[in-house]
Design a protein around this ligand. Structure first.
Ligand SMILES: [Zn+2]
Length: 403
């Protein structure tokens, strides 16, 4: 007898023929198709559904109905009564690799770390996961469990699938007690793990290829282990290797030396930035002197303006502070960065009789800017174009004259 869920007895078949039982049209033009039997895996037990085609029509999703039959949601009418099913074999195989890997790894995590798997998720596209009780684990501990799991893979143990009646479950040393009743499907990783499971599995553990934990995460008060197997493990290795090669090329060094080199360089950069800051602090008084020397007489005062590109607002403020000591000088300093952010500083010497804050407010009002300060020194900002900044600086002289 072929079961309706035919993969339960045979997970390797990816092409089959069946008779159409029912095709239910959906409002969006898709159909829900029930067949006499199907090798398509419906999403269940933490494993994602298969994809593929029925009579050439894409299968978008497979679910289990209340009676436990596979229901295929397909993109359009499939015809019949004979239906040819074709399962995406690469995706199926990746799911098989990850599901067998999950059983092997869960048993290893129990044996090595004493942690039960509370739930699991099998995915061919993203890392698969197992959740265990929230426990602080370091990488050395995880690697011990990973090492044990891979030893089981390399031993190439047979993976056996068989059925036992729920009255005889005491004859099987299950890792977790079965949650279902009646006939129970046992997936046995020969002598290593016994699980009540409806999933698709490889025939020999060697087909898993490799099991690698790639990261851990705390989620819902549990510890989630993300792992990859098979081709996904190879893909992961390639990505990580690519990064390692790119970085070591950048440093012209061996990958093993890169971390120490990066630490050295960031330390050197910190020192250089500190030194730069010190030198800039020494240079600012000289720059202030030069600026003061460019000042032009306006009535009984002198007036200086300067425009800068990407210059820290703190620099402008310090320049303004230094210029303030020139008793007869009014200075207007403007900095405009690449994102059109204007920083404006106004300084007024004691003998000028001008109020820096008031002058700043009047200068910024055409560009809708604002700022603060006192009679001697004021600073503000706005968004402005370089044309507006030139206009603002040119107008500053007239504002002083009119005062
Ligand atoms: Zn399972």
């Amino acid at each position: 007898m072929i079961r309706q869920l035919a993969y339960l007895a045979d997970s390797l078949t990816t092409e089959f023929e069946a008779q159409l039982v029912q095709a239910t049209p959906l409002p969006d033009g898709q159909f829900e198709v029930l067949l006499t039997h199907s090798y398509f895996y419906p999403t269940s037990g933490g494993q994602q559904h298969d994809t593929g085609t029925l009579n050439g029509v894409p299968v978008l999703e497979v679910t289990k109905d209340d009676a436990g039959n596979a229901i295929h949601r397909v993109a359009g009418p499939v015809g019949g009564p004979l239906v040819r099913g074709q399962i995406d074999a690469a995706r199926r195989f990746a799911n098989m690799q990850h599901h067998s890997a999950q059983h092997i790894l869960s048993a290893a995590v129990t044996e090595v770390l004493g942690l039960e798997t509370l739930s699991a998720h099998i995915s061919a596209e993203t890392p698969s996961t197992i959740d265990v009780a929230d426990t602080p684990l370091d990488w050395a501990e995880l690697e011990r469990a990973e090492q044990r799991a891979n030893a089981i893979v390399f031993e190439n143990r047979p993976v056996k699938v068989y059925f036992v009646d729920d009255s005889r479950t005491d004859t099987v040393p299950f890792r977790r007690p079965p949650k279902v009743s009646g006939e129970i499907r046992v997936v046995e990783i020969d002598g290593w793990d016994y699980s009540a499971c409806g999933g698709t599995h490889v025939a020999q553990t060697g087909s898993v290829g490799l099991i690698k934990i790639v990261r851990t995460e705390r989620k819902n008060q549990k510890l989630r282990l993300h792992f990859v197997a098979g081709r996904q493990a190879l893909d992961h290795f390639r990505r990580v290797q690519r990064v390692a090669i790119d970085i070591s090329n950048h440093f012209s060094a061996n990958p093993e030396d890169v971390v120490a080199l990066a630490a050295q360089q960031s330390e050197a950069l910190k020192l250089a930035q500190k030194e730069l800051k010190r030198l800039q602090a020494e240079l600012l008084p000289l720059e202030a002197q030069k600026l003061a020397a460019t000042a032009q007489p306006v009535g009984r005062m002198r007036f200086a303006t300067a425009q800068f590109g990407n210059r820290p607002a703190g620099d402008l403020r310090e320049l303004g502070r230094l210029l303030q000591s020139e008793a007869d000088l009014v200075a207007v300093l403007a900095g405009l960065d690449d994102s059109q952010k204007l920083s404006l500083v106004v300084s007024c010497g004691q003998a000028t009789g001008m109020a820096a804050r008031e002058l700043l407010t009047r200068l910024l009002s055409p560009v809708g800017g604002r700022g603060g300060g006192d009679a001697g020194l004021a600073q503000g900002g706005a968004t402005a174009t370089s044309g507006q900044v030139s206009q603002l600086l040119a107008g500053a002289r007239n504002l002083i004259l009119a005062d």
